[in-house]
Ligand binder design. Structure first.
Ligand SMILES: Cc1ncc(COP(=O)(O)O)c(C=O)c1O
Length: 395
């Protein structure tokens, strides 16, 4: 991905060079992938069909344009799978994400929806053909105008701070977004300089209540009445959830239905509607295979941890679905385990509990599922533990 291989510690990973759909070594099953592997690191797994199914659902049912939020998983194979599924728009945040999307999907439309960008990023984006820019204050709007030479073809998106009290498991309200009064002023000042003007918001990631989107649209409605400004677009952001143990959301269709209802009630039917799902497009389509290096009672020491793809399992105590992969029988009684990652840091611990057969032992592989979003994307090479191995499981 972004780090060049040479700047990372080398670890031999030896997978046979099979036919490579989406540029990945591909297998029919996890068992096949494990038995073909003699590396020492964790293995990242993508299930192209699941990602295709998620994209298909959004493309058919989301009432607007669907952008993929690249940050959720920037692996080139994910971008290729989504492009092949019909996703044509990408929400990017940085020069590297812009260049990545350009190299993998040269005809993609990109939206730079990060509310705070360096001047170089703005120049780079405009030169790369990006016309969609988010901002949440006058200073950022000024930067965009200066660095694009007062371009007359900008579609500007004002990022709103939503009132507190949403249902998201990962609130995103602490950092970005203009408050109500500032939004009124910013909409008025941006109107005259924008070819197109819109608002955008984020209800928070892993939003558990579809009503949050209606509340957000109601807030937008009130704001526009006060500002007395015509806008061209509403971007409802990301936040669409996937299922994790203890975090089972309502069906995705309920989210789309609420958004559609809100658009109708508040008279936004004629506006361009945009969504930026990250998690919901790739979360269930990826997992991590981690090997047990040692068992101490109910504690499993793995070759993957919070400095790898398990950041949220540690920091947010999320319990991902887990599966044991072993060539042979496993006990049919289960035990709730804690996981520890391979680094020396005692923060590299995942409380779980993760339910697995009671006879887990050294050498077993554990699949930590629904980690396709914000898993591999967050992994570091701290302490020399990293994985450069991603495989596709077909079927
Ligand atoms: C601007 C923006 N758009 C989209 C997303 C994707 O959110 P999610 O993965 O919750 O769908 C994020 C996540 O942080 C974001 O900051």
């Amino acid at each position: 991905m972004f780090n060049s291989q040479s700047s990372r510690l080398a670890q031999p990973t030896t997978l046979p060079d099979f036919d490579r759909p989406f540029g990945l070594p591909a297998f029919n099953s996890i068992g096949e992938a494990i038995s073909s592997y003699d590396g020492d690191d964790a293995i990242y797994v993508l299930y192209p069909k699941r990602i295709e199914a998620a994209a298909d659902l959004f493309l058919k049912r989301f009432p607007g344009k669907v952008l993929y939020a690249v940050k959720a998983n920037p692996h080139p194979a994910v971008l290729k799978i989504l492009w092949a599924s019909g996703i044509r728009g990408f929400d990017v945040a940085s020069i590297r994400e812009i260049d990545l999307v350009k190299s993998v999907c040269p005809d993609a439309e990109m939206f730079l929806m990060h509310p705070v960008k360096s001047r170089r990023t703005i120049r780079h984006a405009y030169a790369a053909g990006i016309r969609h820019f988010a901002f949440d204050c006058a200073a950022e709007l000024g930067k965009i105008l200066v660095e694009t030479d007062d371009a007359e073809d900008l579609h500007l998106h004002l990022r709103l701070a939503l009132p507190k009290g949403g249902s998201a498991s990962m609130p995103l309200d602490g950092k970005y977004g203009a408050n109500y009064n500032d939004s009124v002023e910013l909409l008025r000042s941006a109107r005259s300089v924008a070819a197109k003007l819109g608002v955008c918001f984020h209800v928070g990631s892993q939003c558990m209540d579809p009503a949050d989107y209606i509340k957000a649209l109601s807030y937008v409605h009130g704001l526009l009445e006060t500002a007395d400004i015509r806008i061209d677009s509403v971007d409802v952001g990301g936040g669409f959830p996937v299922a994790y143990p203890g975090l089972t959301p309502p069906p995705m269709q309920d989210y789309f239905a609420r958004i559609e209802k809100g658009l109708k009630i508040f008279g936004f039917g004629d506006l361009e509607i945009i969504g930026e799902p990250g998690r919901a497009l790739c979360g269930e389509g990826g997992s991590t295979l981690a090997r047990v290096e040692l068992r101490k009672g109910k504690d499993l020491y793995l070759n993957e941890g919070s400095y790898g793809s398990l950041f949220d399992a540690a920091q947010c105590a999320w319990k991902y679905p887990v599966k044991l992969h072993r060539d042979g029988q496993a006990s049919d009684t289960s035990t709730g385990y804690r996981f520890f990652g391979p680094t020396c840091d005692s923060l590299d611990a995942m409380a779980g509990p993760f339910d697995l057969p009671s006879d887990v032992h050294e050498g077993d592989w554990i699949e930590i599922c629904h980690l396709g979003a914000y898993g591999q994307a967050l992994a570091t090479d701290f302490n020399g533990f990293q994985s450069d191995t991603t495989v596709a499981i077909l079927g």
